[in-house]
Write a protein that binds this ligand. Structure first.
Ligand SMILES: O=CC(=O)O
Length: 341
């Protein structure tokens, strides 16, 4: 459900003296291309402040769309986790200056091309950290306590025939986190409050963290009961969760993925779950979204979410505000709030 409680925030922002270098009228003539429908409030804000083009309004190819809509008037792209800015899109926009992503993940943006062409890139970190970490904990509880399965049990009237049966305790379990960035750290803090021991794997040991560090992901998977994927998707981390990692986690282990589908070798995950080599999984992301492997749909030890880690009204609005602020800052020749490049 969406709300429209932005008036005060907006007014304050518009009074920001940093943003007065370029007038609203000039800003309004700047072409901004939104790649697909995201959040209505973001779309409204883009429409209010800029000359908004919607890529999904074209039935033909991107090249055709840009020919008819004068690709050279577009100076900014707003993409997301579904459609970002790949090499083809970047190449068709000769006046592109900035990609402001409505996401923290950058895997749908050709960062090398942007760097090469001097195109700025901004994303939406921090504002979504709590929601994604909350969902990770929700997925753990969902799998271990069988929340979805027992909800269905009540709804279909089975409780009248017999008790649901026993679930598995979460408090006190050992939790391994792959990637101790903002989101990984927020998950660790939450899991600590459940009395869990925390360990992590990352490229290098984090000096700020007191959690046990593993330089080898197999060792991390062997030593924990719940393994959570919370790192960025890069060529290095694609299929970081492979058969060996899954087998190290074992038949009682639980895999939680709130990162990207491609972090996990999905075929291996499915066979491990079907063969009982893995205890369960809580997934928000998949390799070929919105496709979800058919075999997972019948499994009671799996909880599935449709990539909604940051999809609350509060966070979506905050992400939209950040996209708009980054665009306004860029076109007013001010520093980006959350620069990537
Ligand atoms: O997946 C969500 C994001 O990258 O923001």
């Amino acid at each position: 459900m969406e709300t429209s409680h932005h008036t005060t925030q907006q007014t304050e922002k518009e009074k920001d003296p940093n943003l007065e270098k370029i007038s609203g009228i000039e800003m309004k003539s700047i072409g901004v291309l939104m790649t697909c429908p995201m959040h209505k409030y973001l779309e409204q804000q883009l429409e209010t402040h800029f000359n908004l083009f919607r890529l999904w309004h074209c039935n033909s190819s991107i090249t055709e769309f840009l020919k008819t809509h004068q690709g050279n008037t577009i100076r900014a792209v707003v993409g997301n986790t579904e459609i970002g800015a790949d090499a083809e899109l970047i190449a068709s926009l000769p006046s592109l200056e900035i990609v402001a992503s409505y996401s923290v993940g950058l895997d749908k943006i050709d960062l090398r091309k942007c760097e090469e062409k001097g195109i700025r890139v901004a994303n939406t970190p921090d504002v979504l950290t709590d929601d994604v970490a909350d969902l990770a904990i929700g997925l753990i509880l969902g799998v271990l306590r069988g929340i979805c399965a027992s909800d269905a049990y009540v709804r279909i009237g089975k409780w009248k025939d017999a008790d649901f049966g026993l679930a598995t305790k979460f408090s006190g379990k050992s939790v391994g986190i792959v990637g101790l960035g903002r989101i990984g750290t927020a998950i660790a803090k939450r899991a600590e409050a459940f009395g869990c021991s925390i360990s992590y794997f990352s490229r290098s040991q984090k000096p700020f963290a007191s959690y046990k560090f593993y330089s080898n992901i197999i060792d991390l998977a062997t030593s924990c009961q719940i393994l959570i994927v919370a790192c960025a998707l890069t060529e290095e981390t694609r299929h970081i969760i492979n058969r060996e990692v899954i087998d190290a986690l074992g038949p009682k282990g639980i895999l939680i993925n709130i990162g990207r589908g491609a972090h996990v070798d999905e075929t291996e995950l499915v066979s491990a779950l079907l063969e009982g080599r893995l205890g369960g999984a809580g997934l928000d992301v998949y390799e070929n979204e919105p496709e979800v492997p058919e075999e997972l749909l019948g499994l009671g030890n799996v909880v599935l979410q449709p990539h909604v880690g940051s999809d609350t009204v509060e966070t979506s609005d905050a992400m939209a505000d950040l996209v708009i602020s980054n665009l306004k800052a860029h076109f007013s020749k001010k520093s980006l709030l959350t620069p990537v490049i």
